[in-house]
Design a protein around this ligand. Structure first.
Ligand code: ADP
Ligand code: MG
Length: 934
């Protein structure tokens, strides 16, 4: 075979180096050249050189064959039955187009549209009674102060006359709480209450709950009467007719799967559409398809004042109703002003610490001209502080605390609302305020009532944030972006805006999606400022300079342009929208074709879609799970293989976050803690599982505080992970894949101790995110080994320094799976698990077999080729096809696998095959003392 042309050496004429290189650069040039060449050589070699031998010992093959013989008989019988069933049930469903789907469902849900006259009369009586109720009247008087109520008659009239209406109003003017009530009460008063079913979508779980509770309170009812909420895995539904349901946008999208024309809804309110979440954008596009089929459905779009024209145009210039809010004036200060007020000085030693987003030179380019501009207005001390790159945003938590104390010292009563980017900053500021080091902090500690506000916090803790503070206390609400528009806390007078937020970002080139902290936009800043002027004139402190503000963008980029699309495409497929690309084209901002095709390709590779792009039964189940399809597949497989506890731990951490935090300067100690937890398993994922097990043990021994503290673990995150694990096992048991809703149930965890199996299942889920380690080199005088590794798209990667695999040698296998890659100085695998080749062969796609130089091989995705005995080839192919059949059957008839059933035998055979992997890395080298070749 032809190999890379080696004759073009250093002196070869095709290799003249670029002119102008000097000294060290010449060396670097040749080094890079030689590396590139080596890279392309190895890539080429892969095709011709078979990797390690995956042949299975004859004894094992015999045992597997025994199992399989028994299984075969059953399978042949089952096959026929499966085929018929498939034709009848799934094939019909999966191959139906959208119009057919609509026709089918038109026959259902009709009865709810019929008027019920006796109910109407009853509702009217009750309404009259309610309007006499003393509490109701008192609350009603308060409601009347809201700007929305001043327009009640006009809103009702506009809804009456139009199918689609856009209501725009500043945050807090009463859109979310009042508009649904107006419409409900109007229907009841007109004697048609029984036909009224209002659904109002909310972007987040917490707003759905708090708003529903608020509206119930206003109506002097417990929740679940005329008003209720529905969020994933938690609902307090209202009565069927004459009702208002606040639900998350995701829940409504799910509801479309069984009720695509929304026949169970008479008025749909899409709230907070200005946020431009994928879900509201998508719902708007779907509504354009639905509306012609549902002439009686009323749609009300509600938005804060952000680019509202876009929505109006999108719905053919639908009528727009503006509600002017009463806003008190808000005084705005910037970083330079705050520094002048507080006299705060930053600790410049922390300047050198690594903060990837802080680019010192960018900061200088921005700040120096500005400093020249304002040097007459500010003290030189202030200007010096402005030069410190970490003066901006929320890098210095002590600074934010000192501003809070400054307000306490100098300003009149009123709650303080602090906007920070995310959970970890919330908890840092919370800790700083609770355990202050400065005398000033100690003085105010007991005067502060601190409320963390975050979408992941349990909802019970969040209601008290709305209550006024008792005398002598001051509320401090530390919140993410959720307090910007979707949660209104009335008594806020002071807003501290760090200007930072977290957004997902998607890089189409590397196909990497990440959650990154970044600067907010003008639109966000405007909203945040508005939160201070709700009840009286307020103050907004922006912790960034005016120079920074000048660089901010106008509005946030719509989420659909910043995300991977796998999950959303799956949900469209379930709605029988065959051509997602065509639907995307009808959206306000369509994503680019390449993002769509990348996503479709991945869905095909994980077998959620078939080669024609049709949904498979597996895809159908993955669409129902509220997580990334790859992680969803991982937990489905874990249910079949009965190792639910470890794998749901992995899935929770991948879907939410890693429980470790890294205080600045403590990176090494955190590293050590992680490595202790990893127990040499070479897996960041199993490390999480071990951590959760150890955490549970510490809880039992009442040592959890110490345990978390000593190991740099966030208690809150661990608790959240436990909650998510319960949610996953509840879902799996609802879908009948498990017997129990408890993820620790014995029947769901028979194989939870088998580490090679766990590895394989993590591999089965994260596939095709694979990496191949070619070399681990221990270079002289370097503590850690460096790795020569590529992902399956041929890109060179390394383990991220925070991965437990970073710098390690001595792996038993040189194949890895990962969930996230990150591009910073290099391309990194943020998390990785070492897997044995057999896991890729069993769970991978494009598995082929062939003969090269008289040797049999098995290959995965035409990327990795493994030597393999013909006996093993036949067993493996047999197991693969049986597993596929089992998955299909389980998708058709979800049920836990019974002990000693045929399926159980198959699972046991695969388990056996996956468990025998050991030391297979014969093409894996560790080279000690190797020195770079220049
Ligand atoms: P909008 O949707 O226009 O932003 P809302 O309808 O959410 O406004 O809120 C209107 C008013 O209702 C708020 O200004 C606040 O006074 C009150 N409110 C809303 N939710 C709650 C709650 N959970 N607890 C107390 N008051 C609330
Ligand atoms: Mg609202």
């Amino acid at each position: 075979m032809h190999r890379g042309n080696k004759s073009q050496g250093r002196s070869g004429k095709n290799c003249s180096r670029p002119p102008g290189l000097k000294g060290r650069d010449i060396g670097m040039y040749y080094r890079n050249l030689s590396r590139q060449r080596k890279n392309s050589d190895t890539k080429y070699e892969l095709k011709i050189n078979l990797s390690c031998d995956v042949s299975v010992p004859p004894g094992v093959i015999e045992r597997i064959n025994e199992y399989m013989d028994q299984f075969k008989v059953a399978r042949e019988a089952g096959n026929k039955h499966l085929d018929e069933d498939f034709q009848q049930k799934f094939h019909h469903m999966l191959s139906m187009n959208f119009d057919g789907f609509i026709e089918e469902t038109k026959k259902q849900n009709q009865d709810l549209n019929l008027q019920n006259r006796s109910l109407d009369a009853h509702l009217l009586d009750k309404q009259n009674e309610l309007f006499q109720n003393v509490d109701f009247r008192a609350r009603y008087e308060d409601r009347m102060k809201l700007p929305t109520m001043g327009h009640a008659a006009e809103i009702i009239d506009a809804v009456d006359k139009n199918q689609v209406l856009l209501i725009v109003g500043s945050t807090g003017c009463g859109k979310t709480t009042q508009v649904p009530q107006l419409l409900l009460d109007d229907c009841i008063a007109k004697g048609i209450g029984s036909t009224c079913r209002i659904v109002c979508t909310q972007p987040r779980r917490i707003s759905a709950i708090t708003v529903a509770e608020r509206v119930s309170y206003e109506r002097v009812e417990p929740i679940g009467h005329s008003v209720g909420y529905q969020i994933r895995l938690e609902s307090r539904k209202p009565r069927e007719r004459a009702s208002i349901t606040y639900c998350t946008t995701g829940v409504l999208l799910q509801q479309l799967q069984s009720d695509p024309l929304l026949r169970s809804v008479s008025v749909l309110l899409l709230d907070e559409i200005h946020e431009r979440s994928i879900e509201t954008d998508l719902l708007m596009a779907l509504l354009k398809i639905i509306l012609p089929h549902r002439p009686t459905l009323k749609v009300i779009l509600m938005s804060a004042t952000v680019r509202e024209e876009d929505f109006c145009n999108y719905f053919n210039r639908c009528p727009m109703f503006r509600i002017e809010g009463v806003m008190h004036p808000v005084e705005v200060f910037y970083l330079e002003d705050v520094l002048a007020m507080t006299g705060y000085q930053f600790d410049c030693r922390s300047n050198k610490r690594s903060r990837p987003w802080l680019d010192q030179s960018d900061h200088r380019i921005m700040i120096e001209p500005y400093i020249r501009q304002v040097r007459d207005r500010y003290d030189t001390k202030v200007l010096e502080q402005l030069r410190v790159p970490h003066s901006e945003g929320c890098e210095d938590i002590e600074f934010i605390a000192s501003l809070i104390y400054y307000i306490c010292n100098n300003k009149s009563d009123g709650a303080i609302l602090v906007f920070v980017p995310g959970f970890s900053k919330i908890s840092q500021l919370h800790n700083t305020l609770k355990n202050p080091r400065s005398p000033l902090g100690q003085r105010w500690r007991n005067h502060l009532l601190i409320f963390p506000l975050h979408s992941m916090l349990p909802s019970v803790e969040q209601q008290s944030v709305f209550r006024p503070a008792p005398k002598g206390k001051r509320k401090v609400i530390i919140s993410t972006i959720i307090a910007e528009t979707s949660v209104t806390i009335d008594d806020v007078v002071y807003v501290i805006n760090t200007g930072r937020t977290k957004v997902t970002d998607y890089d189409i080139e590397t196909n990497i999606q990440s959650l990154e902290e970044c600067w907010v936009t003008h639109a966000n800043t405007q909203q945040r400022k508005g939160r201070a002027g709700r009840v009286q004139p307020g103050v907004c402190y922006n912790l960034f300079s005016r120079a920074r503000e000048a660089l901010m963008s106008e509005v946030p980029t719509p989420e659909i342009l910043r995300c991977k699309l796998e999950a959303i495409i799956l949900s469209l497929k379930v709605l029988h929208i065959d051509d997602p690309y065509a639907l995307f084209q009808t959206m306000i901002d369509p994503p680019v074709q390449r993002t769509v095709s990348t996503a479709i390709n991945l869905l095909k590779r994980i077998e959620a879609l078939d080669i024609d792009g049709k949904l498979t039964p597996l895809g159908m189940h993955l669409a129902k799970l509220p997580i990334d399809p790859q992680v969803g597949k991982m937990i489905l497989i874990s249910a079949l293989f009965r190792c639910v506890d470890p794998i749901t731990s992995v899935a929770a951490a991948l879907s939410y976050k890693n429980p470790f935090y890294t205080p600045l300067g403590q990176e090494q100690r955190v590293d050590q803690a992680k490595r202790r937890m990893a127990q040499g398993m070479h897996s960041d994922h199993l490390m999480i599982h071990n951590t959760i097990c150890n955490y549970r043990e510490s809880v039992e021994n009442h040592r959890d505080r110490d345990f978390c503290y000593n190991n740099f673990l966030s208690h809150m995150t661990l608790q959240q992970l436990e909650r998510m694990k319960s949610q996953f096992s509840e879902l799996l048991s609802n879908y009948k894949f498990l017997n129990s809703t408890n993820c620790l149930d014995h029947s769901s965890n028979i194989n939870s101790g088998k580490i090679p199996l766990l590895r394989a299942i993590i591999g089965g889920g994260l596939y095709p995110n694979m990496a191949h380690l070619r070399k681990a080199r221990q270079i002289k005088n370097r503590v850690r080994a460096i790795h020569n590794m590529t992902t399956d798209d041929g890109r060179r990667v390394n383990f991220h320094p925070s991965s437990v695999n970073s710098g390690e040698t001595g792996f038993d296998s040189n194949y890895f799976v990962y969930y996230q890659r990150q591009k910073s100085t290099d391309l990194y695998l943020l998390d990785a698990t070492m897997v044995f080749p057999m896991a890729l062969i069993i769970f991978g796609d494009g598995v082929e077999t062939g003969v090269v130089d008289n040797r049999h091989y098995l290959s995965v995705a035409q990327t990795y080729y493994f030597k393999c005995s013909p006996e093993t080839v036949s067993v493996v192919l047999n197991l693969r096809s049986s597993l596929q059949l089992l998955l299909l059957e389980k998708a058709l008839h979800p049920a836990p696998i019974e002990q000693n059933s045929d399926a159980d035998k198959l699972i046991k055979s695969i388990e056996l095959l996956l468990s025998i992997d050991d030391k297979m890395g014969d093409d894996y080298e560790i080279m000690s003392d190797e020195i770079d070749n220049i």
